[in-house]
Design a protein around this ligand. Structure first.
Ligand code: CA
Length: 234
């Protein structure tokens, strides 16, 4: 089971390396960005479950990165990491939409505990009675792999279909690139191409779009990939 993909935004390579090593040892996947614009690009690619965000960065600083994510409707949990420990900074961090704040140097155990808590809060809270998520005109239960199509038929989804939908669903409306979908669902180094993803999307549209020829929920983002909308797109 995938534990979560964490974007580590840190310009000091030694610290970034240390943090990434620690997280990977715990079973997380890490992506590193050394400055603010790279962090925003990584977020747009999708598939990130949590952001460890240094405040002092070249280019846009951590607070600005977080503000811009939130302006774009991205609610991925953000844990600020910073050497500065002044009350106004804490306030600025929270004002920018951050979820938690850890002052450097921090203890490994505290970092891991906070990440765990944020991921748990984000994934399972506010508590929903089931893992049933609306997908297009139907729904999917991510726990049992049961689904109901837009036409009202009960179906069981294959593992890869479930994986693609879960990834799109977790992105909460943000676009997810075809390469990211391939990496996450099929794994690196497999003999698949972005065309494989397109074929899966076509199949999912047949199941979940009221009018598969005119998709309004599983939408193509030209040059970027796909995104899943909860309400009909115009
Ligand atoms: Ca820094």
């Amino acid at each position: 089971m995938r534990r979560g993909r964490i974007l580590v935004v840190e310009d000091e390579l030694r610290i970034a390396g240390l943090v990434c090593d620690n997280l990977e040892r715990e079973g997380y996947t890490t992506v590193h960005a050394g400055e603010g614009e790279a962090a925003l690009r990584a977020m747009q690619d999708g598939g990130i479950d949590l952001v460890l965000l240094d405040v002092m960065l070249p280019g846009p600083d951590g607070f600005e990165v977080c503000s811009r994510m939130r302006e774009e409707g991205d609610h991925t949990p953000v844990l600020f990491l910073t050497a500065r420990d002044l009350p106004p900074d804490r306030v600025a961090g929270l004002m920018a939409g951050g979820d938690d704040y850890l002052v450097k140097p921090f203890h490994r155990e505290e970092l891991l505990a906070r990440i765990h808590a944020l991921l748990r809060r984000h994934k399972w809270g506010p508590a929903s009675p089931s893992d049933r998520a609306p997908i297009g005109g139907g729904w999917v239960d991510f726990r049992t792999a049961e689904a109901c199509t837009a036409q009202g038929s009960a179906i069981a989804l294959a593992e890869k279909e479930l994986g693609v939908l879960k990834l799109l669903s977790r992105a909460q409306g943000a676009s997810v690139s075809r390469n990211r979908i391939l990496d996450e669902v099929w794994g690196r180094g497999t003999e698949t191409t972005p065309r494989t993803v397109d074929n899966f999307i076509l199949k999912l549209r047949k199941q979940f779009e009221p009018r598969p020829g005119k998709p309004k929920f599983i939408v193509t983002v030209r040059g970027k990939g796909y995104r899943l909308l909860q309400a009909e797109a115009n």
